[in-house]
Design a protein around this ligand. Structure first.
Ligand SMILES: C[S@@+](CC[C@H](N)C(=O)[O-])C[C@H]1O[C@@H](n2cnc3c(N)ncnc32)[C@H](O)[C@@H]1O
Length: 306
């Protein structure tokens, strides 16, 4: 890729030269991802998809398209996450709408979906069973959206304390699994206790709670510390506050033959396993693709599969 098709002031005239200029400009904030982010901004600004960009890179860029790209670049250089600038992020096989009100779905979180589907595959009930799913701290709704996209008869309740996050989750779930998910604003599962939701009501329980120790939040990348919702990050003094509340609720709401999967932060596996074991659950730890312990799975000790 050359920059030879920019004008004398270095202003891009083609999609290729725009992409090249963006790659160079993004290097200080995006590092090794600069090329990828440049391509995504070029696609969004020009309306060319990945294949078209490769085949028609010499397409002229209109001034209005250039302005869109430059505005996106300025936001990114101010350390806004690309997902919030573009308004979406890929998760599992899906495009998930993202705003500043929700945590951007992370690839590592797909480990929970892998674990759930491994359980379903090993279980006699199969993908077509009407699984009852609960997601605690749903954010964008990425977890139930991915699970419902794989389990055609499943239904989900997705809970978040943030009304703004719940609106995004509702938008994603209504698009991806229409009529199959209910999004509720609640402090964890308290809404279920209040409605008398019976013990053992859910076959599959997911949660990716906030787990960053409060004091560490300001040390995170500015994209996270300044732009992602505090409520999605803050796990209290030791990062474990949410797990202490969630463990008894999960034990109560999980069906005897059900399966739960909870995301954890670095070095939290033993503590979270202990909290769940204290509630009579049997646990194991699953690594992500980077070989880091990423989630704790749990079943009732007396479950048929345990
Ligand atoms: C780490 S984010 C996970 C979001 C999403 N599940 C994901 O994996 O991308 C944690 C979510 O828990 C929600 N949350 C925090 N405290 C909560 C509470 N007390 N009750 C319900 N949801 C809560 C936050 O608003 C946030 O959306």
């Amino acid at each position: 890729m050359t920059t030879g098709d920019g004008d004398a002031r270095g202003i891009a005239r083609t999609a290729d030269s725009l992409r090249c200029r963006l790659t160079m400009a993004l290097r200080p904030v995006a590092g090794d991802d600069a090329g990828l982010e440049a391509r995504m901004i070029t696609e969004a600004a020009t309306g060319l998809d990945r294949a078209a960009l490769r085949l028609q890179g010499a397409t002229a860029v209109r001034p209005a398209q250039l302005m869109v790209a430059e505005t996106m670049l300025a936001r990114r250089l101010a350390r806004e996450p690309l997902s919030q600038i573009l308004g979406s992020r890929g998760f599992w096989t899906l495009d998930i709408d993202v705003t500043a009100d929700v945590l951007t779905p992370r690839p590592d979180t797909e480990t929970l979906i892998d674990a759930m589907l491994d359980f379903v595959d090993a279980d006699g009930r199969g993908h077509g069973y009407p699984w009852r799913v609960l997601d605690l701290g749903t954010g964008s709704g990425c977890l139930p959206a991915a699970l419902l996209s794989e389990l055609p008869e499943a239904r989900a309740i997705a809970i978040d304390r943030s009304p703004a996050a719940a609106r995004i989750a509702r938008r994603n779930l209504d698009r991806i699994a229409p009529g199959r998910a209910l999004v509720v604003v609640s402090d964890w599962a308290s809404c279920l206790a209040a409605t008398g939701c019976e013990a053992g009501a859910f076959d599959l329980i997911l949660s990716n709670p906030p787990y960053i120790p409060s004091g560490e939040i300001r040390t995170l990348d500015p994209e996270v510390a300044r732009h992602e919702p505090h409520l999605a990050l803050d796990g209290g003094d030791d990062g474990l506050a949410a797990y202490r509340v969630l463990a008894p609720g999960i034990a109560r709401l999980l069906r005897p033959d059900g399966f739960a999967c909870i995301e954890i932060g670095l070095g939290q596996a033993l503590d979270v396993e202990r909290l769940l074991a204290d509630q009579g659950l049997m646990t194991s730890v699953r690594n992500d693709l980077g070989h880091i312990a990423r989630c704790v799975t749990a079943r009732h000790a007396m479950s048929p599969a345990a």
